[in-house]
Design a protein around this ligand. Structure first.
Ligand SMILES: Nc1nc2c(ncn2[C@@H]2O[C@H](COP(=O)(O)OP(=O)(O)OP(=O)(O)O)[C@@H](O)[C@H]2O)c(=O)[nH]1
Ligand SMILES: Nc1ncnc2c1ncn2[C@@H]1O[C@H](COP(=O)(O)OP(=O)(O)OP(=O)(O)O)[C@@H](O)[C@H]1O
Length: 219
């Protein structure tokens, strides 16, 4: 299957283009929101096209037929974008601003912030489909968008390194430690969110903080 993917470079190129389209949308939201509200809701963005070998492993695990149409249909994360936000409220704002765009079709939404996974994993996942305009046609391509805070990303990145791919082998006491650590990260997020809201204060009729002095912007 990995060879099949490699032999058709146009297949993965489509996902690369979809990522570029989505990254442009996110960069525009980031810059414009910052200008309008004096707060950038995006800390950083990363992306990846899944490697042919990883596509093969996952396609086999899912029992997919060995053809590109089955992979495109059956795998949602061949193209992946990860948006890391300063605050939890930013995660939901960015998701909302992205999914209300006319050409972004929301296929699935999993809120692992409202309902964390048993191991403690928290993030908001969206599967979206966006149009990619080619020389002779338009292709609608799926992209997995993971939105999370810096604290959630810190935990998930280290957990991925330690355990994610070896879930069944995690000893119980390790799993408990890990879930506790995720709880600490969530607590930190909630304290930082509280500070953020207090610093912003009530917003005026333009959507700007009514308390610029507190942000160091008062005359
Ligand atoms: N570090 C970490 N990442 C996770 C965890 N769960 C999900 N993810 C990430 O989120 C992606 C999608 O996970 P889900 O939304 O649960 O999707 P799924 O199709 O049910 O699960 P997968 O077969 O893992 O893709 C995964 O491929 C990982 O990149 C986790 O427990 N730890
Ligand atoms: N949506 C995404 N955006 C950016 N990076 C991602 C995304 N999903 C996974 N990654 C990163 O890509 C790297 C390779 O991950 P891989 O393609 O093997 O998938 P995975 O999501 O970790 O696992 P699985 O294959 O079980 O879904 C990892 O570092 C992972 O954190």
């Amino acid at each position: 299957m990995a060879d099949l993917v490699r032999q058709r470079p146009g297949f993965l190129m489509l996902y690369k283009f979809a990522i570029e389209e989505l990254m442009t949308k996110l960069r525009i939201l980031s810059e414009e929101f910052d200008l309008a509200h004096r707060h950038d809701p995006i800390e950083h963005i990363t992306s990846r096209v899944k490697r042919p070998e990883a596509i093969e492993v996952k396609a086999r695990r899912r029992g997919l037929a060995p053809d590109l149409a089955a992979i495109a249909e059956g795998l949602d994360d061949v193209a992946g974008v990860r948006v890391v936000c300063p605050f939890v409220s930013d995660v939901y704002s960015v998701a909302e601003m992205l999914t209300r765009q006319d050409d972004v079709e929301l296929l699935r939404r999993k809120d692992y912030i409202a309902t964390p996974k048993d191991n403690g994993y928290r993030s908001l996942h969206l599967i979206v489909r966006i149009p990619v305009f080619l020389s002779d046609r338009v292709e609608r391509v799926k992209v997995e968008v993971q939105l999370r805070t810096i604290a959630m990303d810190f935990w998930a990145t280290l957990e991925h390194k330690l355990f994610y791919k070896y879930e069944s082998q995690v000893p119980t006491d390790f799993a408990t430690e890990l879930a506790n650590a995720a709880g600490l990260a969530a607590h930190l997020d909630s304290r930082m969110e509280d500070l953020h809201q207090r610093l912003r204060g009530p917003v005026d009729e333009w959507g700007d903080p009514a308390n610029p002095a507190v942000l160091g912007q008062g005359g």
